[in-house]
Write a protein that binds this ligand. Structure first.
Ligand SMILES: Cc1cc2nc3c(=O)[nH]c(=O)nc-3n(C[C@H](O)[C@H](O)[C@H](O)COP(=O)(O)OP(=O)(O)OC[C@H]3O[C@@H](n4cnc5c(N)ncnc54)[C@H](O)[C@@H]3O)c2cc1C
Length: 422
């Protein structure tokens, strides 16, 4: 299960998250043989971003996967409410350009399964699950492939490639093995995640609550609330140490309707997710490219990391496909991907850091009673009744900056045969 039979392919993708699966799908559909190595046996992790943004929905349409996606169980957000102590700000997604006036909330495992299923229709696509990349094969300064362990059997394998693309997330092994150090902006918070049963009569939609007592995100997953409590950096373990009593107190204060159900939540039900905001100055070395969180870890603020990772994958596929069809990937090809995605990444991270300074850092209160109410940032307070602004805010989140589309370079050559073999 955790190994592929080949010893060489044109492209190895390390990590089967949103960036890796989208890149694998696009390359395979373009007739380029690609192997995606994912260290876990399935995509069934509870705590991944669940948001599929309008620009990703448009891409799925372009890929002919729109109907399959629409058939997945999902909730559609046409507005997103940020509730402060002194009022609410609504981001309006209902008037976005294009067909999709919403963000879809889909468990990420369903989304990744859909991408994997579509990619596996191509003979150019290979997915090894339970395959953990541990090191790189190098000749001089150039990366020539990867070493990986089949976690099922414990056996070690090597896989050579014309290019290795690291999509292995914010704790990237490839980045570590290359000795690359991202610039770290030090997120102020981590996140405690728990499932809280949902009952008939609960308020019906996803809410972001920012208060001096704490920051709370409730994601409606049908029969339960995926509940995320923001917590100051380094305080997560202490918050769990009292078997979750302080966590229960804060969540109950912020969402009183959950009080009875929170009583059953203990430390074992609470997972800690570390938040980072960082970015590599250079996203490539000869023979290897890093994209998605491996190149620029995104904070959960505004829930845009998945979309950004997918847009990176489209740009990477666009620039790598012609090179892989030629049989040789140059430094210039790799540099083009970074140039294309640099500005949207820098601006999006700058917005996340501003939000962190302006209100997230003030909503990490803890169990004690709040000193003063947390007020909505002044620009939002002033502009919140102007529909043009709420739509613009919605567009910035749901579509993002510089959305990517499929183009000529990604057109399939011949879906039935690999264009180039390793
Ligand atoms: C608490 C939290 C909540 C978030 N919520 C949201 C949200 O709601 N919406 C949103 O858009 N973004 C959210 N984000 C950000 C989002 O999760 C990331 O930006 C996004 O997942 C990046 O996608 P990726 O494909 O680059 O990496 P990842 O999603 O991290 O995927 C990396 C993949 O690589 C695999 N892998 C890792 N190491 C190896 C290895 N050595 N060998 C093989 N495989 C490996 C992993 O198992 C994983 O499948 C959140 C982030 C945090 C921390």
């Amino acid at each position: 299960m955790g190994a592929i039979t080949k010893t060489s392919v044109p492209c190895v993708v390390v990590g089967g998250g949103p960036a890796g699966m989208m890149l694998g799908l696009l390359l395979a559909r373009s007739g380029v043989e690609v192997a995606v190595l994912e260290k876990y046996p399935d995509f069934l992790r509870d705590f991944r971003g669940d948001t599929v943004h309008a620009s990703t929905l448009a891409l799925l349409d372009e890929l002919g996967l729109g109907e399959r996606f629409a058939a997945l169980p999902q909730r559609r957000l046409s507005t997103l409410t940020m509730r402060f102590d002194d009022g609410e700000f609504h981001q309006d997604f209902s008037r976005l350009p294009g067909r999709h006036g919403h963000i879809a909330m889909v468990p990420q495992w369903d989304f990744l399964d859909l991408l994997a299923g579509a990619a596996e229709e191509s003979p150019c696509f290979h997915l090894a699950r339970d395959a953990e990349v541990t090191d790189l094969i190098r000749e001089g300064e150039t990366v020539r492939g990867v070493r990986y362990t089949d976690r099922d059997t414990g056996r070690e394998h090597t896989l050579r490639a014309a290019v290795v693309v690291a999509t292995d997330g914010r704790h990237s092994t490839v980045r570590d093995r290359l000795g690359l150090r991202p610039k770290d902006w030090g997120a102020a918070h981590d996140v405690l995640y728990m499932r809280v049963p949902r009952e008939l009569g609960d308020p019906g939609h996803t809410v972001l609550r920012f208060s001096a007592s704490g920051g709370l995100i409730l994601i409606d997953r049908g029969h339960y609330w995926q509940t995320a409590l923001l917590i100051g950096k380094g305080r997560a373990e202490a918050a769990r140490a009292d078997d979750g009593a302080s966590v229960r107190a804060v969540v109950t204060r912020l969402a009183p309707h959950l009080a009875d159900r929170m009583a059953a939540i203990g430390a074992k039900d609470i997972a800690v997710l570390q938040v980072r905001i960082d970015r590599l100055p250079r996203w490539w070395v000869p023979g290897a490219l890093l994209i998605g969180d491996a190149a620029h870890a995104m904070s959960p603020i505004a829930g845009v990391g998945v979309n950004l990772a997918i847009q990176d994958a489209v740009a990477a596929a666009r620039h790598l496909t012609p090179a892989l069809r030629r049989g040789h990937v140059t430094d210039r090809d790799l540099g083009r991907v970074q140039r294309r995605r640099w500005l949207p990444t820098v601006l999006t991270q700058a917005a996340q850091r501003a939000a962190q300074r302006r209100f997230v850092a003030d909503s990490l209160g803890g169990a004690e009673a709040p000193a003063a109410p947390l007020r909505m940032p002044a620009p939002l307070r002033v502009l919140r009744h102007w529909k043009g602004f709420t739509r613009l805010a919605g567009r910035a989140v749901a579509i993002g900056l510089r959305p990517e589309h499929l183009s000529g370079a990604l057109a399939p050559l011949d879906r039935t045969r690999p264009h180039m073999r390793g």
